[in-house]
Write a new protein. Structure first.
Length: 218
C-alpha cells in the first residue's frame, strides 16, 4: 500500500521565519519609505508576521494597494533577497524538534513541501537545512502565477487514488483541505490564529505532535 502523503506548509509549520522575515521586512520598509514610495511608519512584530503565509503579490495588494504593480513587485523582491541572504548566512531556523519529527514521519509517510514561495526561496532552504533528507517532493505555489494553493494542488499535484493530509499554520492550508476534501492538521505554534485554524480536523501545539495527529486521521 502506498504511503499517505503529508502536504506540509513550510513557513510557520517547519521554518520559524520570524528570524529572517521580520528583519527583511523592516529593512525593506525603511528603504522604500526613504524612496518616497510609502510613508515612514513603525511596525510591531505582530503586524509584520501577519503576512507570513501570503504570497508576495497578495501581501502587497492588501498592504499597499496604492503602489504600482512594478513597485509592489520590486518591494517583494527586496524582502525576498534579504531573507535569502540571511538564510544562506545561517540565520534561518527550523522549529525545535523539526529534524527529529521529519525523520520519524518519513518512515511512515511520504512528505511533500508545499509553500506559497518561489523556487529560489525553496532551493535556498533546501540546501541550508538538507530538506531532501526527509521530503521527497517540492512544490512552490509562487511558480504558478495567481493560482491559490488549492488550485495548484487540484490541477498539478493530486494523483487519483492517493491519500493526502494537509498540514499548516494559516487559513490557506485549512482552505486547501476544505476545497480538495482532505483531512487537515492546524499548527497552533505558527503564525495563524486559533480562529483561522478552527476548521482543522486536528490541532497541534508542537511539531513533535504531528505524527500522532496524522496517525489518528488514517
Amino acid at each position: 500500500m502506498e504511503k499517505t502523503i503529508l502536504v506540509l506548509d513550510y513557513d510557520g509549520t517547519l521554518h520559524d521565519s520570524s528570524a529572517v522575515y521580520e528583519p527583511a521586512f523592516r529593512r525593506t520598509m525603511k528603504e522604500i519609505s526613504a524612496l518616497g514610495w510609502i510613508p515612514e511608519a513603525e511596525y510591531t512584530s505582530e503586524e509584520i508576521l501577519y503576512w507570513v503565509g501570503f504570497s508576495s503579490a497578495e501581501m502587497w495588494a492588501r498592504f499597499h494597494p496604492e503602489l504600482s504593480p512594478e513597485r509592489q513587485q520590486e518591494a517583494g523582491r527586496m524582502i525576498g533577497r534579504y531573507m535569502l541572504s540571511d538564510v544562506a548566512a545561517g540565520r534561518g531556523r527550523l522549529y525545535p524538534g523539526v529534524p527529529e519529527a521529519l525523520s520519524e514521519l518519513s518512515e511512515s509517510y511520504e512528505l511533500m513541501f508545499f509553500s506559497n514561495c518561489h523556487k529560489p526561496y525553496m532551493e535556498t532552504h533546501r540546501k541550508a537545512f538538507g530538506l531532501e533528507r526527509w521530503i521527497s517532493s517540492f512544490w512552490c505555489v509562487g511558480e504558478y502565477g495567481s493560482l491559490q494553493k488549492e488550485e495548484v494542488f487540484a490541477q498539478y499535484i493530486r494523483e487519483p487514488g492517493r491519500r493526502y493530509i494537509a498540514v499548516g499554520d494559516r487559513f490557506k492550508d485549512i482552505r486547501l483541505a476544505a476545497e480538495c476534501g482532505l483531512p487537515s492538521i492546524g499548527c497552533l505554534y505558527g503564525f495563524g490564529t486559533p480562529e483561522e485554524l478552527s476548521g482543522a480536523d486536528r490541532l497541534i501545539t508542537d511539531i513533535r505532535e504531528l505524527k500522532s495527529a496524522a496517525d489518528s486521521l488514517q
